[in-house]
Design a protein around this ligand. Structure first.
Ligand SMILES: Cc1cc2nc3c(=O)[nH]c(=O)nc-3n(C[C@H](O)[C@H](O)[C@H](O)COP(=O)(O)O)c2cc1C
Length: 668
């Protein structure tokens, strides 16, 4: 055993010994150095030598695999300026090796075993003193302490004869002294790990929460056709988060009814509406913006934009003014959703001059307002959307988010906006681990889509919720999008239990191959009519005409002179119906259900398996969102302890789903 503080403290630390601890004696330092030198010179110079370089990391991982309940410890010592208090953990491991690990050690040791570096011992961060009754030992004590996020966790160096077998302990209260020169007095214990209290309301960017009047930095993203329903929006808003109503694909009167309901039911609490770019239906975008301005909708999630449009800019700058403090105030806020840098650049820049001039000319804004608009970005908040359900570029979040954050900083420097730009994360936000990761990467907020569709509030059918709850990560595919079919744009959908992706893919192939419905070979046409559409082309075109004459007559006029467009509208009829059948749960059409879904759905299902959240009927958007935030807070504490050198067993690092009642103890 190396000489060190651990043994001294075991027999009761005297003030003189404390002085030695704080400032290393030459003798102690030499002993310690000699030991390390020996290992470095020859990995096989002695038992301690090879153990230090090879066995410690091997045993650490072996322990967690073979003895998941054990707390493996890598030893502890004072950091800079202090004498090393504890011996390398390998010495302890050596003394405590079970027969199984001894056999393993024998197999991995010897001349042919690779020489790896010894694991760094956790530094002693400070000194703890307090009631003996506050010191807890055992696997569960540390796990429970980490889970109790409102209280600090102190992992204590613990080698007390009274607790035979325990190598470290945990305390959540007591007196702490931190620093590199802290002395340990009689009865003190070294702190080898410390995680500060966390609040769910501290996650993300405080300016985001303030700007949108939220308690928690979590958004329920828009889901078309009212799948992002008024119930989703109400539930999120009442829990201090925000939901975006899924206005895309809905007629204006339905959107208006949703605005009326949310305005009265939420009594001024935040809510948002989707403003989706509709390149095929420009009049619709104007109509939606008219509606939002008329009804005072103060937040939109702007999505599917490649280029900015006049209605979008009109919404953003309407009512802009400078307050008495000289600050430019925009009553209307835009959260942009993008996955490409060039589009993000447009949203983070001030509105294009040409649009401002057009709005001045049309009397929508004054010259003064146009001047003020040059001082603000089109969107203060931008969601970097990685691989997601629905429209997606399938980008990985770990690459996309840092790129968008760097862009944010560059544009903020360039324009020097009064209010800082912010970047949130979406796409695969489906586990506490994903939430913890993107917050660690600097996300201002998180936005969830796919998982919310499987919740009870979503405006879809129980059949769809159950199909989603049964899916795995690979059960998704890209399929042609109804709204941008001719452009070859695709959406990510559920593959398991439905033939939609395959059938829609075939329709796109036919569209690319033939110039009109008549050119499609007769047997293929027959198969489509009988098996896929279950209607004739004539019947479908009748419905298409009625639909477009009401909604967008130009489309139907074009179909009269362009037979390929006519064919596209017939195929788009099928693509449109498949969403309606899914949302209504039409049992005779389950094989045609079009269900937008990203890989996050499978990740969520894997996380909640064997818990109450495995059942779709137990999923509510608030329970899910709070689980994400709470789990992220716990994982943040776990990561802090691990980065200090505290090793944790798999069980101690596990974050399991909690009920709403359990989560409410941790609010806000
Ligand atoms: C069923 C469904 C419908 C969606 N509809 C829209 C939409 O109409 N407008 C929009 O901006 N985003 C839409 N999205 C995208 C979500 O708002 C969100 O950005 C995305 O789902 C996040 O990724 P995730 O699916 O991995 O959680 C939809 C997503 C799903 C799953």
């Amino acid at each position: 055993m190396l000489s060190g503080g651990r043994d001294r403290r075991k027999s009761g630390t005297r003030p003189e010994a404390v002085t030695r601890v704080a400032g290393p004696s030459r003798a102690n330092r030499r002993t310690s150095d000699r030991q390390i030198d020996c290992r470095e010179a020859d990995p096989n110079c002695g038992e301690n030598g090879w153990r230090g370089r090879i066995l410690a990391p091997t045993l650490t991982s072996l322990r967690s695999r073979m003895m998941p309940g054990s707390m493996s410890r890598a030893g502890s010592g004072f950091g800079s300026g202090g004498v090393r208090l504890a011996a390398w953990s390998v010495l302890h491991h050596g003394q405590r090796m079970s027969p199984a690990t001894r056999t393993f050690a024998a197999r991995t040791s010897g001349p042919s075993a690779p020489a790896g570096p010894a694991p760094p011992a956790p530094a002693v961060l400070g000194a703890w003193s307090g009631q003996a009754s506050d010191v807890l030992t055992g696997e569960d004590a540390l796990r429970d302490a980490i889970a109790d996020i409102h209280r600090p966790v102190y992992v204590l160096d613990h080698d007390d004869a009274a607790h035979a077998g325990a190598r470290r302990a945990v305390a959540c209260r007591g007196e702490m002294r931190f620093g590199t020169d802290v002395r340990l007095f009689d009865g003190d214990r070294g702190i080898i790990g410390h995680a500060a209290p966390m609040r769910l309301g501290s996650l993300g960017d405080p300016e985001f929460r303030t700007a949108h009047r939220l308690k928690l930095a979590c958004v329920a993203g828009a889901m078309a056709n009212g799948i992002g329903s008024v119930e989703v929006v109400e539930a999120m808003s009442r829990a201090g988060m925000v939901g975006i109503f899924g206005a895309a694909g809905l007629p204006l009167r339905t959107i208006e009814a949703a605005i009326d309901r949310l305005t009265s039911s939420l009594g001024g609490a935040p809510f948002g509406f989707n403003l989706i770019h509709s390149p095929n239906e420009p009049d619709l975008e104007h109509g939606v913006v008219d509606l939002y301005l008329r009804h005072g909708v103060r937040l939109v999630e702007a999505s599917a934009y490649m280029r900015l449009t006049l209605p979008l800019i009109r919404y953003r700058v309407s009512g802009i003014y400078r307050d008495t403090d000289g600050k430019v105030v925009t009553p209307n806020r835009v959260i942009a959703k993008v996955s490409r840098v060039e589009v993000a650049t447009r949203f983070f820049s001030p509105p294009p001059e040409a649009f401002l001039q057009e709005l001045v000319a049309s009397g929508d804004i004054t010259e003064t307002q146009a001047r003020l608009a040059r001082e603000i970005p089109v969107a203060q908040d931008l969601t970097a959307e990685a691989d997601s359900g629905g429209h997606t570029d399938n980008r990985p979040a770990v690459g996309l988010l840092p790129t968008m954050i760097a862009l944010r900083d560059r544009i903020q420097r360039e324009y020097g906006y009064q209010e800082s730009l912010r970047v949130g994360a979406a796409g695969g936000i489906a586990t506490p681990h994903a939430v913890a990761a993107v917050f660690a990467m600097g996300a201002a907020y998180v936005l969830v889509g796919s998982v919310n569709q499987s919740c009870v509030e979503a405006g879809t059918s129980q059949a769809v919720r159950e199909m989603l709850a049964a899916s795995e990560q690979a059960d998704i595919a890209m399929a042609p999008a109804a709204d941008m079919f001719e452009m070859g744009v695709k959406v990510q959908v559920l593959k398991r239990g439905t033939m939609f992706a395959m059938r829609a893919g075939r329709l796109y192939e036919l569209y690319r191959t033939y110039g009109s419905i008549d050119e499609i070979p007769a047997d293929e046409r027959k198969k489509l009519e009988e098996t896929v559409f279950r209607a004739t082309f004539d019947e479908i075109l009748d419905e298409v005409r009625t639909y477009f004459l009401d909604r967008d007559p130009a489309q139907w006029e074009r179909a009269q002179v362009d037979p390929q467009h006519r064919m596209a509208l017939a195929f788009r009829w099928y693509l449109g119906q498949t969403s309606i059948w899914a949302n209504s749960g039409e049992p005779s059409r389950s094989l045609d259900y079009q269900i937008w879904c990203g890989p996050g759905m499978g990740a969520f299902n894997a996380w909640v398996q064997d818990s109450f959240l495995a059942e779709a009927r137990n999923r509510s958007v608030v329970t899910v969102s709070l689980n994400f935030l709470y789990g992220a807070a716990v994982l943040g504490r776990i990561q802090t302890l691990r980065s200090q050198g505290v090793t944790l067993s798999p069980e101690q690092q596990q974050v399991l789903p909690r009920t709403l009642a359990q989560l409410e103890l941790h609010l806000p």
